[in-house]
Design a protein. Structure first.
Length: 233
């Protein structure tokens, strides 16, 4: 619900919705969304979504898990489970397969079992297979057999829509000129959009200030200064 002009919306910490209707499709992520939408008519039983942080991989994985009745876990969790039992229970989502090599053996066993039992497996990663080592024999070939789909950084149209949605998720009402002001000055990534909206919400609540371009400018400057300090150590 839109807040009256000048009124400060109350943050209720509403979690971001991850339904298919909430996933905003643009040029950068259209192929990934199409892959999820076409299941179970996949080119292969396994698929790999690759994209930068905050690009929507987990959102799409959640959508697919709901449709496919799939269990969801990351590679580190998989390492401490029985992969055969997981596959027996149904389809599977494995998140962040490039973040750790500790679960490589379990992942290989899971992919082999899924292949034998006709299960679908959706994996996510921040980088493609060529950027990370897979020391377990045969795992690289199993991963190469998966259908790869890359999510790129968003264009301006998609990034603007994402900003509007992120504000709405936090029940923040902003005028279009504020969104356009932020879009012209922020880093061109979904991760940066998430960071900005979180910082904007915090600043508005802390200062009991209504959403405005002036507040947006202050938050952008603060985030930029923080980034410079991080780079400088």
């Amino acid at each position: 619900m839109a807040a009256p002009e000048g009124q400060i919306p109350l943050s209720l910490a509403t979690p971001a919705s991850r339904t298919r209707d909430d996933f905003i499709v643009g040029t950068a992520n259209a192929a990934a969304a199409a892959l999820v939408d076409r299941w179970p008519d996949w080119p292969a039983q396994t698929a790999l979504l690759v994209g930068p942080p905050g690009s929507g991989k987990s959102h799409l994985a959640t959508v697919w898990a709901g449709r496919a009745g799939a269990s969801v876990m990351d590679l580190a969790t998989l390492a401490g489970t029985d992969p055969l039992a997981i596959v027996e229970a149904g389809n599977v989502v494995i998140e962040d397969i490039d973040r750790s090599r500790a679960g490589d053996t379990a992942l290989l066993h899971l992919l082999n079992a899924a292949r034998q039992r006709g299960r679908s497996v959706l994996m996510t990663a921040r980088s493609g297979l060529h950027d990370w080592a897979t020391p377990v024999a045969d795992l690289a070939s199993r991963l190469r057999a998966a259908t790869p789909v890359t999510i790129a950084e968003p264009d301006d149209a998609l990034l603007a829509q994402v900003l509007v949605k992120l504000f709405a998720d936090r029940q923040i009402t902003v005028e279009r000129p504020v969104v356009e002001f932020v879009l012209r000055r922020m880093e061109r990534s979904l991760a940066a959009a998430n960071a900005f909206v979180a910082a904007f919400d915090e600043a508005a609540l802390a200062g009991k200030r209504a959403p405005s371009r002036a507040l947006a400018a202050e938050v952008l400057e603060r985030l930029e200064a923080g980034g410079r300090r991080s780079e400088g150590g």
